[in-house]
Design a protein around this ligand. Structure first.
Ligand code: PGA
Length: 252
């Protein structure tokens, strides 16, 4: 059985005081839970706050992630943050190829693949995001878009790779309040797993997260789908009460 993973993606939100309050609120909300969730939990914060969050989360079960990384080791890449810096700051995972990076920072499949390849040889777990736009879905291109995005990544990995988390994030569902139905999510997740199984014997062990307006209300129906192994949560992860409800929905 795959352990579920609930990962918050704060995007460009937070401040030193917000972060401290968030951790306090999160710990309080978790301590009031009657049942314990078996899900792994992570929060992916803006790079400038990794150090503070790493201190705040010492001794907690909450893992820390970053939201992007440079494909390069070091050197003349103004504004970029390297993998070794993220490691140094306490990050254990990094989101790669989020649709907002693809859309606003011109990250293409080749760049995403390069970042995943670099990350695989670090201590960080890559969480690679895939997803179709509304236009592509309406044109019946969902599977071909996902297959192309995933192939670019799998082509740079060794056969039988084991270290990869995939997040299916339909672009039309991100921050819009529109959510894929549990059936729509399951259909794409099963397709992703089938694609993974063509390259690795470990496809059944790999986590495929769903992201896109997952919230306290819709989490349990999405998370109960057989191939939905967790969530990448944007807006709802900023509100500790909601985030904790999603963690509980990921259940036992
Ligand atoms: P959302 O964002 O939950 O606010 O839709 C998810 C994501 O973009 O990772």
């Amino acid at each position: 059985m795959r352990q579920k993973l609930i990962a918050g993606n704060w995007k460009m939100n937070g401040s030193r005081s917000f972060n401290a309050n968030w951790v306090k609120g999160f710990n309080e909300a978790m301590s009031q839970c009657v049942t314990q969730s078996q899900a792994a939990v992570m929060v992916c914060v803006p790079s400038p706050y990794l150090s503070q969050m790493s201190d705040l989360l010492k001794g907690s079960q909450l893992a820390l992630g970053a939201q992007d990384v440079s494909a390069f080791d070091k050197g003349a890449y103004t504004g970029e943050v390297s993998l070794s810096m993220l490691e140094d700051l306490g990050a254990q995972a990094v989101i790669i190829g989020h649709s907002e990076r693809r859309a606003y920072h011109a990250e293409n499949d080749a760049m995403v693949a390069k970042k995943v390849k670099a990350t695989i040889s670090s201590s960080l777990m890559p969480i690679v995001c895939l997803g179709e736009t509304q236009e592509q879905r309406l044109a019946g291109q969902t599977q071909s878009v996902i297959a192309t995005q995933l192939k670019a990544v799998m082509d740079v990995l060794d056969p039988d790779f084991e270290r990869l988390v995939v997040a299916y994030e339909p672009v039309w569902a991100i921050g819009t309040g529109l959510t894929a139905s549990p059936e729509q999510a399951q259909e794409v997740h099963a397709f992703i797993r089938e694609q993974l199984s063509q390259k690795t014997r470990h496809a059944n062990a790999l986590k495929i997260l769903y992201g896109g307006s997952m919230n306290a209300q819709n989490a349990s129906s999405l998370l109960s789908q057989p191939d939905v192994d967790g969530g990448l949560i944007g807006g709802a992860s900023l509100v500790t009460q909601d985030f904790v409800k999603i963690i509980l929905a990921a259940g036992i």
